[in-house]
Design a protein around this ligand. Structure first.
Ligand code: FES
Length: 353
């Protein structure tokens, strides 16, 4: 291989290498693809005929108006066809919402494309690449071009198109915004309160018969719900799930009570929320010898005689205690609701506990 052909090989491969190439392997590129240049401009009907131009304006305005109608339909459908228990209402609501939002979006999209294709100038232009920031003259020229484009596209001049475009753009996002209302009902302070109130009798789950303190012997466990929960009420399961309580009697001397909670028990009878503070399973197992309450889901273990503090497992809070007393007939009653939310911790517990 001659020095000349070797140099050509290296040059054409773009890198210098130690390898020698046989003469004839080197491909010397010539300009393989000729620049085709810009396609010749095709004159459109709207460029030639005022009648076609006016038609195109009406079509674009019609499409933007269709978008407005679609958005209005979606808004109307949201309120006119509310979702209820009946699955048909879900179908009707989503059908009209979908049709409205689709029309709202399609009207803007197709209208904008149709406007650009039929009415805006479609001359292709090219220019040499230049520095990112042009000179002041060029910037002034650019502004002139923008103004010219504005004039030619008729954005300022064609008020009908401009206003219908503004209208469709303004209305289109509204259906999307009102859909946020479906993220869920506002829970208010529902998570902080249960059906327990001052004077509510403790009753056996599920029969609802009140419990006398004298019935509760040492070592016995009762599953308890508040008196007055009606299985026919709409939120029965929700209320029961929050208010479920475990009632246990232990030897009073074994109870370790803080000064604040000294009056929350009655002669060794204590009541604690049955809802695990880990992720809400029912704490249902009571170990009489150790006084441990055990959650079967992930084995969180609570020390019943010591404020139901966590002694094992993933739960991070003690079970909330229900302050109890006895009424004039000897039945166990609640002194108040729980003093803290029951169940698993939720995100803003620390703010308003
Ligand atoms: S839900 Fe009770 S330990 Fe997980």
């Amino acid at each position: 291989m001659s020095e000349k052909s070797k140099a050509v090989a290296n040059k054409s491969s773009g890198a210098y290498s130690d390898h020698e190439y046989e003469k004839g392997l080197t491909v010397i590129h010539e300009d393989a693809v000729a620049n085709p240049g810009i396609e010749p401009h095709r004159v459109r009907m709207t460029d030639k005929s005022e009648k076609h131009e006016k038609n195109a304006v009406r079509q674009v305005a019609l499409l933007f108006s269709l978008s407005m109608l679609g958005s209005a339909l979606a808004l109307y459908a949201y309120f006119a066809f509310p979702i209820s228990e009946d699955l048909t209402t879900v179908r009707i609501n989503t059908l009209f919402l979908g049709v409205g939002i689709t029309l709202g979006l399609l009207g803007i999209g197709i209208g904008a494309v149709h406007w650009a294709k039929t009415l805006m100038p479609d001359n292709e232009v090219s220019e040499e690449r230049h520095l990112t920031r042009g000179s002041d003259e060029k910037r002034a020229a650019a502004i002139e071009i923008i103004n010219l484009a504005n004039q030619e596209s008729g954005f300022s001049r064609r008020k009908l198109i401009r206003r219908t475009l503004y209208g469709s753009l303004a209305l289109f996002p509204l259906p999307g915004i009102i859909l946020f209302a479906d993220l869920g009902p506002n829970l208010g302070d529902k998570l902080r309160h249960t059906a327990w109130k001052q004077g509510t009798r403790l009753t056996k789950d599920p029969y609802g018969s009140p419990i006398k303190a004298s019935e509760v012997t040492v070592g016995s466990v009762f599953h308890v719900i508040p008196e007055g929960l009606n299985p026919d009420q709409e939120d029965y399961l929700e209320q029961k799930a929050k208010a479920a309580v475990l009632l246990v009697r232990v030897d009073q001397d074994e109870l370790v009570e803080t000064a604040e909670r000294a009056t929350w028990s009655y002669q060794g009878i204590v009541a604690y929320s049955k809802i695990c503070t880990h992720v809400g399973c029912p704490v249902a197992l009571y170990e009489q010898h150790t006084h441990h309450l055990l959650c079967p889901c992930h084995q969180s273990t609570f020390d019943l005689v010591n404020g139901c503090k966590v002694v094992f497992g993933p739960a991070t809070r003690p079970l909330p205690q229900l302050p109890i007393a006895v009424d004039s007939e000897g039945y166990l009653i609640a002194q108040s609701d729980f003093h803290e939310p029951v169940g698993p911790s939720f995100w803003d517990r620390s703010v308003q506990q």
